[in-house]
Write a protein that binds this ligand. Structure first.
Ligand code: UDP
Ligand code: MG
Length: 309
């Protein structure tokens, strides 16, 4: 079946948001008079979301459920959305209604003007604590500085992508994923539109600090070698220092200026260099582990139940 628009929502324990999500998406899409589908990717929910998705799908044939065998994470759920979406344009939005479906017509309007990626930029965030806001703001800016792709700041996964873009992304099967970075990396004609990020409709965030940290690491390692190069910079720094210090120490010794009382200094130097070395090893490990995961070549996700493509 030819579908013009695919809306994709990743779902992890969003029981109390599903009815409202499908209602609001349905309301917006019905005004457009185009064919559309709503791909609901259930990322291993355990709160009854899965059953709720099935109920809703029975009532509304636009809904196509993709049910994972377990929780694979938000980024992977988005990937499954790309895989199963059939539309000429694919729109990703959060299931908690923080990305208002009412913006979709604006995204589509830009797409009709010829843009292939239309991302929504958060100008305001409501209902989120200062910690989330500050770490998020910092995250986007650090990523932008140290990665090789210019990922627009304050944009989440809420965006519309043309079929051409989705087909390219579908072929990028890297395991540790940062979808927003990937969709910047591919190029194409891109444009941002501002929107006000709403508070969660119901439920609590599924992004504890540990998941945010993981995402940040994926973003950095996926798009930059900077952490690996840090060891080189530190190496040059401390070697340079030693080259300057060696003749100084020799000369002072020869002219009888001094026995150095260096125990504390030695200890500090050893601790510092030991620390830097261990951190560098850890960074190497991050990349190595990722290479190992790639080499294993396991599937990105496992579906228990999915529509025929
Ligand atoms: N999500 C998911 N798998 C996860 C965590 C989150 O599919 O392991 C979904 C979640 O249901 C929501 C979206 O990803 O639709 C964004 O998550 P959340 O709203 O918790 O993140 P926040 O907006 O607080 O950053
Ligand atoms: Mg949210």
């Amino acid at each position: 079946m030819a579908v013009t628009f695919s809306i994709v929502a990743p779902i992890y324990n969003e029981m109390d948001n599903l009815a409202e999500l499908t209602r609001r998406v349905g309301e917006v899409m019905s005004t457009l008079r185009e064919t559309w589908e709503l791909v609901l990717v259930d990322d291993g929910s355990t709160d009854g979301s899965t059953e709720r998705i099935h109920e809703l799908a029975k009532q509304d044939t636009h809904i196509r459920p993709v049910i994972f065998a377990r929780n694979f994470g938000h980024q992977v759920a988005i990937t499954a959305g790309w895989d199963y979406a059939r539309g000429d344009a694919v729109i990703i939005l959060d299931a908690d209604l923080q990305d208002p479906p009412e913006i979709i017509p604006d995204l589509i309007a830009k797409w009709r003007q010829g843009y292939e990626v239309v991302y929504a930029v958060r100008t305001e965030r409501e209902g989120e604590g200062w910690f989330k806001r500050t770490t998020a703001a910092l995250f986007y800016r650090v990523i932008r500085r140290i990665t090789d792709v210019k990922i627009p700041v304050d944009t989440g996964d809420f965006r519309l992508m043309d079929r051409k873009v989705v087909d390219v992304l579908k072929n990028m099967r890297e395991r540790h994923r940062f979808p927003r970075g990937m969709s910047s990396w591919v190029g194409f004609r891109q444009v941002g539109i501002p929107y006000k990020r709403a508070p969660r409709h119901a439920g609590v965030t599924k992004y504890p600090f540990s998941k945010m940290l993981k995402l940040a690491l994926n973003a950095i390692t996926g798009f930059s070698y900077f952490p690996l190069q840090l060891a080189t910079y530190f190496g040059f720094g401390s070697a340079g220092l030693a080259i300057i210090a060696i003749p100084v120490v020799i000369i002072m010794r020869l002219v009888g200026q001094g026995a150095f009382l260096g125990q504390a200094t030695t200890l500090l130097a050893v601790l510092f260099l030991g620390g830097v070395q261990l951190i560098s090893l850890g960074m190497l490990g991050e990349y190595l582990g990722r290479i190992y995961d790639e080499v294993k070549g396991r599937p990105l996700y496992i579906v228990r139940e999915a529509p025929t493509k």
